[in-house]
Design a protein around this ligand. Structure first.
Ligand code: G6P
Length: 463
């Protein structure tokens, strides 16, 4: 069995003495694969993303079961920053400001050629590594052309592709030049099976195929709602480093003037346009306006970790998040109370600490494939948390009943939802949080992975 993805399970940095240091990443895919165990004999093909990764490839350093592809840095930059993150991600998350964007010009065509080269490098590596009849699971929008290319090179393989993002509806998808739209859809349809996180995204893909390439052909579609990894999260969130960070966070949150505990509204995201962090802050400001009784009695703990900083629009968004947070602190803060505790340095242990302390989880993306934070917080929070959840997150399909649902564009209604969450009675909050945690862990990563593999091999789900 083989897995292919742009970002792999491990990355390298070069230490001062020239030695290479490996760091294992997190995420559902990594935990899904490692839960199956090394005996599975799986090979993971991924990109060399950093200078350290490229150095590791050059020195022949690597982990068993991982092969890093050293695609030339400029080709990778065009494919990853130019096409995958600035075009396909924008289309599926419907992020364009359409009066001026997108513009599909000659530069776009040049980058598209790199995207093809990069996909071909994956297809060739997979073709070379795969045993006869092996199953190959290709991941995400970076690699939409791989299934079709691989099918031509190795018709014997069982090929699957899984999308971790939403899929754009036909009316938006058709923004892409016709030939490119066709290439993406036909590339994906080279797979035997395509997986999506929700029915909504699967239906949108099917609709695009019907409109633009005459249907799905022989390719089958499955929906696999990746769940939170409860065992890992519960164990990890009780380790010493998390407890240390809880103490620091408690201090930062502080106590209300009457000595009572302050409530914490927690969000944890990559600083990602689709996560809607700025409107989350505006909703919090509206809450402080509409319900002054919360002033000094609540803190918005907002972790916004750096992401895709090669792209100017992400750097600008990061600055805007910081500006709005500072403005709220300036306007409402008092000597003993900072209304927003914004942290931008990535720290997984501190994220778990915030999960444990959360009274309210705020998850308000404008569009999101799943959103695992919405699933993780109810599992980890010590006292159970109330979840304010965007109806545009894939997770809403499974968690909608026990969450407080919001339209992510409506900051007045999001402020109302925050108030409702803060005032929810303890019994109701505990009950709802338990049901959220149960729904969130219904399909653990290992089972999610096995289901796809089994369906790819013989068309039957095991779970
Ligand atoms: C999303 C995508 C993943 C990607 C992740 C982080 O979840 O579906 O494929 O790895 O974002 O983004 P990055 O660009 O840092 O890999």
């Amino acid at each position: 069995m083989l897995v292919a993805s742009n970002r792999g399970p491990v990355s390298y940095t070069v230490d001062e003495d020239g030695s290479l240091r490996a760091r294992r990443g997190g995420g559902g895919l990594v935990s899904g694969l490692s839960a199956i165990g090394p005996d599975a004999g799986a090979l993971w093909v991924c990109s060399a993303l950093s200078d350290g990764d490229r150095e590791a490839v050059r020195r022949g350093v690597g982990e068993d079961g991982v092969r890093m592809l050293d695609v030339p840095a400029d080709v990778h930059a065009d494919a990853y920053n130019g096409i995958a993150n600035s075009v396909l991600w924008f289309v599926h998350h419907m992020l364009y400001q359409t009066p001026l964007e997108p513009v599909f010009d000659a530069e776009f065509r040049r980058q598209w050629a790199s995207y093809e080269t990069y996909n071909r490098a994956f297809a060739e590596a997979l073709a070379e590594e795969a045993a006869p009849g092996a199953a190959v699971l290709v991941q995400d929008y970076h690699l939409t052309l791989v299934p079709g290319m691989l099918r031509e090179l190795r018709p014997d393989l069982r090929i699957g592709h899984f999308s971790h993002t939403p899929w754009a509806p036909p009316e938006y998808f058709r923004m892409l030049p016709d030939d490119i739209a066709g290439q993406v859809l036909r590339g994906m349809l080279g797979a035997d099976r395509l997986g999506f996180l929700t029915h909504r995204w699967a239906d949108a893909f099917t609709a695009c195929c019907e409109r633009f390439v005459g249907g799905l052909g022989d390719t089958r579609i499955g929906v696999h709602g990746l769940g939170a990894d409860a065992d890992f999260l519960r164990a990890r969130s009780h380790e010493a480093d998390v407890k240390e960070r809880m103490a620091a966070l408690r201090e930062e949150i502080g106590a209300a003037p009457d000595g009572g505990a302050r409530k914490a509204i927690v969000r944890v995201d990559r600083t990602e346009l689709s996560k809607n962090i700025v409107r989350g802050l505006l909703a919090y400001r509206q809450l402080l306006e509409d319900h002054p009784e919360w002033r000094e009695r609540v803190v918005h703990v907002a972790f916004a970790y750096p992401s895709r900083q090669d792209l100017a629009v992400y750097r600008d968004y990061t600055a805007e998040v910081q500006r709005v947070a500072a403005e709220i602190n300036e306007r409402y803060g008092t000597p003993g109370w900072r209304p927003v505790a914004l942290h931008v340095k990535d720290d997984f242990a501190r994220s778990l600490a915030a999960y444990r302390l959360a009274d309210v989880a705020l998850v308000n993306p404008v569009r999101d494939g799943m959103n695992l934070v919405a699933k993780e917080m109810p599992v980890v929070s010590d006292a159970g948390c109330a979840l304010v959840l965007s109806r545009e997150a894939g997770a809403h399909e499974e968690l909608g009943e026990d969450a407080i649902t919001v339209n992510p564009y409506d900051v007045v209604d999001t402020a109302r939802a925050l108030h409702e969450a803060l005032t929810m009675g303890p019994a109701e909050r505990t009950e709802r949080s338990k049901r959220l945690a149960a729904a969130a862990t219904a399909l653990p990563p290992a089972q999610w992975f096995l289901d796809q593999l089994n369906e790819l091999r013989d068309g039957t789900a095991s779970g």
